[in-house]
Design a protein around this ligand. Structure first.
Ligand code: TD3
Ligand code: ZN
Length: 305
């Protein structure tokens, strides 16, 4: 069934588990996520970014996700991930998304509040949930430790931001980053900061950039020709700790991409005579599905549908 993020995340916050938001771009990735949720009896968030909308088309993606949700025996939402402006958000609300993120994290505090508030007014009028972001996810290459810390979410500002905007969920920055290269040295998250934010804010909190970049997938990809030297993610124990400290929604994209493309590489190089797309993308979808299922078990959402 099709629901909003708020409906998925309030029970998660109360019971202490997290719901995964998995990015999809095409039919195969959608099937992987939905089949995983059904097999795990897990609630799930299907996430679509503006660049995926550009790739797959808003109408196509909305229709396939809503079609899946309407017949699925588990609750699912269709969520816009990293909506950058009011126009993108309103198009998605209009198209039938049940949840939107407005990412004003690059704006000044007051401007982020103003933009988020406009989105909240629009979305709530249509029964759509809103996620906003305060603080920024620093990149690994371009920033020093000091620069990374400077952009993490300030707990007092988070409280003020939530009160002033009326947003449903808040993405916080505690040291994660997007992509396959999150840390040069040891993975480090600011758990004390998360604890302080949780003390001051009583809506579901969201962790972006949460992929673990499993070494076994990297090794498989490299075995079949990928170049991924230095890829490193968030250890699974850190994810568990973040959930215990109050994270209720966890975004995963990179691990799914890695699993999918490592398997495509494997099939193409072990079966050089194969040219049926279904025989190449099918195994890739299965590999992605296994990763989604393992995330659902890690997050504690398995069996919660
Ligand atoms: O919002 N997202 C997914 C889209 C970002 C582009 O990859 C995330 O926070 C996912 O983070 P990760 O760790 O999977 O890159
Ligand atoms: Zn993100």
């Amino acid at each position: 069934m099709l629901v909003t993020n708020k409906e998925l995340l309030l029970p998660a916050m109360q019971k202490g588990y997290a719901v995964g938001a998995f990015n999809i771009q095409n039919l195969e990735s959608l099937l992987a996520v939905v089949e995983a949720a059904v097999e795990e009896k897990s609630p799930v968030i299907v996430a679509v970014t503006p660049s995926s909308i550009k790739y797959g088309g808003l109408a196509y993606l909305t229709k396939i996700v809503r079609t899946a949700a309407e017949s699925a025996p588990v609750p699912m939402s269709l969520h816009l991930d990293h909506g950058k402006d009011f126009e993108t958000v309103s198009k998605c609300v209009e198209a039938g998304f049940t949840s939107v993120m407005i990412d004003g994290s690059f704006l000044k505090f007051e401007e982020n509040i103003a933009l988020t508030k406009r989105v909240v007014d629009l979305a709530h009028a249509k029964g759509v949930s809103v996620e906003a972001e305060l603080g920024r996810l620093a990149g690994v290459e371009e920033s020093t430790v000091e620069e990374r810390e400077a952009v993490l979410t300030d707990p007092d500002s988070a409280k003020e931001f939530v009160e002033q905007t009326g947003v449903d969920t808040l993405a916080v920055a505690i040291g994660t980053s997007h992509g396959a290269y999150k840390f040069k040295g040891e993975a480090k998250l600011d758990f004390e900061r998360l604890r302080l934010i949780r003390e001051r804010v009583n809506i579901p909190l969201v962790l972006h950039g949460a992929s673990s970049v499993p070494q076994w997938i990297i090794q498989k990809a490299v075995k079949y020709g990928a170049e991924l030297a230095g890829a490193k993610g968030i250890p699974e124990e850190h994810i568990k700790k973040a959930i215990s400290l109050g994270i209720s929604k966890i975004n995963i994209d990179t691990d799914l991409r890695l699993a999918f493309t490592a398997t495509i590489r494997e099939v193409l190089s072990t079966k050089p005579k194969e040219f049926d797309p279904r025989k190449i993308l099918g195994p890739a979808k299965e590999a992605m599905k296994e990763v989604v299922k393992s995330k659902m078990r890690l997050f504690g959402s398995s069996g919660k549908a």
